[in-house]
Design a protein around this ligand. Structure first.
Ligand SMILES: Nc1ncnc2c1ncn2[C@@H]1O[C@H](COP(=O)(O)OP(=O)(O)O)[C@@H](O)[C@H]1O
Ligand SMILES: [Mg+2]
Length: 239
């Protein structure tokens, strides 16, 4: 469980998140949605503890994040929206390096399995400096998943995957949720969120518009599936 209490984030005095309180439940896949600039990435970055100007509290289970950063990060898989990887490592080396953070019986085997799951073929032997944007995103995802972290936060990391790879990753995430992990996926892709998530958190202009079960969400979007902007408008009115 990740608990966020009264989170306020500002960028150079400009508020990006305004007093957000919510929980990401274990055993569930939570989707964070909202239009561009809503604060999705800011929420995820604050939740993983990489933002400076943050007010409020973040707990991982009962542990306060800012007092327990290292033990928590060892159990935390985060795929950022903008990926930063080591250019001088190849794909296998990079995922293996991240994997050493998390106790894993057969790390080489686990790296192989995760790279296969992520749809990364022979390119895994190439240096990351030569990777395309799409390949970097896949690597970030593989690094977030290696070693079975208890908390998995993915920021727009499932966009642009080919259909079979996406299906494999969705099944994998469902399995991790069933094993009790806390999983959060931020995305502007409403169709993806609808088919993946148990709980849907809607942000708009730095505000928490609402938190909905999959069934509630289904009812809300029933007639509006083609027009995301209309959905956000309806949801903010229903607040
Ligand atoms: N590093 C930054 N410096 C200044 N403003 C930022 C920065 N990152 C995000 N913002 C602003 O904060 C708001 C929320 O951004 P973000 O969390 O990236 O939204 P989303 O992921 O929902 O598109 C936007 O208005 C964005 O322009
Ligand atoms: Mg974003």
């Amino acid at each position: 469980m990740i608990t966020i209490e009264h989170l306020i984030v500002r960028y150079e005095e400009q508020p990006a998140l305004d007093d957000i309180s919510l929980t990401f439940a274990p055993g569930k896949i939570t989707g964070v949605i909202g239009p561009n600039g809503a604060g999705k990435s800011t929420l995820i970055k604050a939740a993983v503890g990489i933002l400076k100007d943050v007010n409020g509290q973040i707990y991982y289970d009962q542990q306060l994040l800012f007092k327990n950063r290292f033990p928590i990060k060892k159990q935390l898989g985060y795929a950022p929206e903008d990926t930063e990887l080591f250019p001088y490592l190849n794909g296998v080396e990079f995922v293996q390096l991240i994997g050493t953070l998390r106790p894993t019986d057969n790390l080489a085997g686990a790296v192989d399995a995760i790279l296969n799951l992520g749809g990364i073929g022979d390119e895994r032997q190439d240096l990351i400096m030569n990777y395309s944007h799409g390949m970097r995103k896949k690597m970030a995802l593989a690094a977030a998943l290696i070693g079975e972290p208890r908390y998995i936060l993915i920021d727009e990391g499932l966009n642009g995957l080919d259909a079979p790879t996406l299906e494999g990753i969705k099944q994998y995430l469902r399995g991790r949720a069933d094993a009790g992990c806390t999983i959060v996926v931020a995305s502007h892709d409403l169709a993806l969120i609808k088919t993946l998530c148990d709980t849907i958190v809607v942000l708009n202009e730095g505000q928490l518009v609402g938190s909905f079960s999959a069934q509630e969400w289904e009812t809300i979007i029933q007639d509006q599936a083609a027009d995301p902007d209309r959905i956000y408008e309806i949801v903010s009115r229903a607040k």
